[in-house]
Design a protein around this ligand. Structure first.
Ligand code: FAD
Length: 386
């Protein structure tokens, strides 16, 4: 076991939350395609949204190792990828702590710690795809205000968001030194904002989150709504996006382990041809293989998290962790479904949901191809291809 330093208090808090809700709860939430407000409220009342927030602001001031362990725990116990609600709710506070002014921290962090505020990210656009630096949304300055106009794609939880963090171009010079320069973040009120039109999207899984395409039509914000440095959004979020990859890996490992545990329990009970199916090596070995891959992914996730907490570079490890965990979770949920046989295909056995849900993380928050391109460039020294 690598030498990771962590305490188990956040994991224990998760156990408390988990004892109050179960897999049936998540099945119902996903069947109803609705926000899991009961889960959110339990996390809020246990203070878990403050996990990454400084004590000064009412948080627990923990690191990314503790955060990853807590995320994995909630996935593994019962939530599967529903842990995204916890992950994104807690991680958004890092965007504010790392980029906010003192006034913004005072306004947002205590409320975020108490789970009284929901903030969604509006970065992606239809035309730019994975090339986020090619976004077209603009924020034009007019006296001490900005007018934001453009479209945003696939935004999570817009229907519950109090604010959006909108990424927009504030410099229209084509020849910036770096292509990511000239993009700025703004905190935009989302509730009843008449300048935003939303279109809900239907999708394959991940039903505890609704997604929206947005049209922003001269959304007016005060200059004080700018988050971070003018034109330097990338500089402000690159580490947060790496942390997101680490926490996402933790949720994938947890979901994969949940599926494998369910499949193993099934294999110990299910009798066919006069014997338990779990006595067949054809059932055992693929489950063991999937479990070993998850263990390896977990170690890489904790390694990345530990480097992050020590203030060392961790972006390569975050990439390895995301690749390993998304591959391992896809294999694990597929093997779990196969082990349950025809039952695995039905909603009441839950694994079909995990199988559908984990697929998203080969595309989001960053696609598998882009992760591999980063590894090729940064770990192997091959030419940049994206
Ligand atoms: C469920 C879900 C939730 C999301 N939530 C949010 C959110 O809250 N906020 C937000 O801003 N965005 C969100 N996104 C957007 C997401 O982060 C991606 O930006 C988006 O899915 C990119 O999809 P695309 O179809 O535009 O991909 P494209 O960029 O069109 O890519 C299509 C394919 O081509 C590949 N490709 C592209 N370029 C290269 C290259 N150079 N080399 C090799 N392969 C390449 C890609 O890997 C991909 O496989 C979400 C997406 C999903 C699916």
């Amino acid at each position: 076991m690598p030498d990771f330093e962590y305490d188990t208090s956040s994991k224990e808090l998760i156990s408390e939350v988990s004892s109050k809700l179960d897999q049936k709860y998540w099945r119902k939430v996903c069947q109803e395609k609705r926000f899991p407000s009961e889960y959110w409220d339990l996390l809020a009342s246990s203070g878990l949204f403050g996990l990454l927030i400084g004590k000064k602001w009412g948080g627990m001031e923990k690191g990314i190792v503790d955060f990853s362990l807590a995320v994995q725990e909630t996935s593994e116990r019962f939530a599967g990828l529903g842990s995204y609600i916890f992950l994104s709710g807690a991680l958004i506070s890092r965007m504010i702590s790392a980029n906010g002014t003192e006034e913004q921290k005072e306004e947002f962090l205590p409320k975020l710690a108490e789970g009284k505020l929901k903030i969604s990210i509006a970065l992606s656009e239809e035309e730019s795809g994975q090339n986020a630096s090619a976004i077209k949304t603009t924020a034009i300055k007019s006296k001490d205000r900005y007018l934001i106009t453009g479209t945003k794609a696939f935004v999570n939880n817009y229907d519950h968001a109090d604010f959006l963090i909108v990424f927009a171009k504030t410099s229209l010079h084509e020849k910036s030194e770096k292509r990511s320069q000239g993009i700025t973040m703004f905190l935009v009120p989302a509730k009843n904002n008449q300048q935003i039109r939303a279109q809900k999207l239907e999708k394959l899984g991940f039903y505890f989150v609704n997604n929206f395409n947005l049209e922003l039509n001269e959304v007016e914000v005060d200059s004080s709504s700018m988050l971070g440095i003018l034109g330097e959004a990338w500089h402000g979020v690159v580490q947060i996006f790496n942390m997101d990859r680490v926490a996402t890996s933790a949720s994938l490992v947890g979901t994969g382990k949940l599926a494998i545990r369910m499949a193993s329990e099934w294999a110990k009970r299910r009798e066919v041809f006069g014997k338990l199916i779990g006595t067949n090596q054809g059932i055992q070995l693929p489950l063991a293989d999937a479990f070993a891959q998850l263990e390896a992914a977990e170690n890489m996730t904790l390694k990345a998290a530990s480097l992050c907490d020590k203030g060392k570079p961790f972006s390569n490890e975050a990439s390895y962790a995301l690749l390993a965990s998304s591959t391992a979770a896809a294999a694990a949920t597929d093997r779990a479904l196969q082990t349950l046989g025809g039952h695995g295909y039905y909603e009441e056995y839950d694994v079909e949901r995990y199988w559908r849900d984990v697929r998203v993380h080969r595309l989001h928050p960053i696609s598998e191809e882009l992760v591999l391109s980063l590894i090729a460039e940064r770990s192997l020294g091959l030419p940049k291809s994206y």
